[in-house]
Design a protein around this ligand. Sequence first.
Ligand code: ZN
Ligand code: ZN
Ligand code: ZN
Length: 377
Amino acid sequence: MKSFHCSHCQNLVFFENTQCVHCGHRLAYSPSREAMVAIDTGPASGAVTDQAQAKDATHASGAGSTARPALRLCRNYVEQAVCNWAIDAGDDHELCVSCRLTHVIPPLDDPQMVVLWHRAETAKRRLVVSLLALGLPVLERTAGARDGIRFEFKQPQPGESVLTGHHEGTITLNLLEADDVLRERLRAHFEEPYRTVLGHLRHESGHYYWDRLVRDSMRLGGFRRLFGDESLDYKNALIHHYQHGPRDDWSEGYISAYASVHPWEDWAETWAHYLHMVDSLETARACGLSLGPRRTDEPALRPNTSGEDLMRSSFDALIDSWFPVTYLLNNLSRGLGLPDPYPFLLNATVIDKLRFVHDTIVTARGGLGPGTARKAA
Ligand SMILES: [Zn+2]
Ligand SMILES: [Zn+2]
Ligand SMILES: [Zn+2]
């Protein structure tokens, strides 16, 4: 992800911030500007004037003129404090482009559920902004847009189980996954090295984009050669996994034990992993991080001085940059007495699968590859 600065005072801020700790301005992320905008709240509920626009308007038409609100706050920002995004003036929707994808939310009279909903939306905004940055279609699934995507954040009722999963464009998240204690218990129970809300959402988005980018495309043959035949009985594969555990040799060809369940799960796990990788690499490059190895044959990370789009790098350049970043990530964490944030090993088979995901995304965004010109829209 990019790094962000308060548009008023240029202080570094996080993507999740709602206020600048330096100048005190309220902040909102504008997806169309890809920026954190400092805002003044206007008299009308949710109407805002961003600092840059107010200055321009005063400059253009004399002191005392009132700038037309260029942005509005998302209704979930104003009423529920579960969002920090803004909406462009020309967009009539009450919800931002991320919140409008959520079609089921928990009961708002339960404060604990609102906390969990907030965490789920926060992770989802990170997913949405990554997907948009990759140039992937992110459209709300409605009656008129059957190939869109929608989210359901569900609280299990007594005696009911909510399965986190994807079905025909609907991604369901059991909101209890946003409860740190419960999720950690499940992670330990299933002997998983990594389990996060963002990881779940990235994984499920993989199933959605498989339907859109692979299922009916020329890429299906290549997919089967690498990931296997997805027409294998999916339900039986899941039952077998939960009864007998993963196959013993999973680490030889899969990114995780769960990936070895079925080719669809292998794809979704690999897709999620690819998103982990490009998001973290983009952050490293946006912060000007540069890593020089001691030996010349070790991979290095060079700072992105040209402002080059990460996806214009070759896959080999991406993966070479990734190894030193993972070493740094884990070592910094160990220095703080924390577990490795990146508990994965990438072997040649897994790297080939990641390359396939990369090529699928490059193909989807209109043949934009290294050295080719970006096509209009
Ligand atoms: Zn500021
Ligand atoms: Zn929102
Ligand atoms: Zn899955």
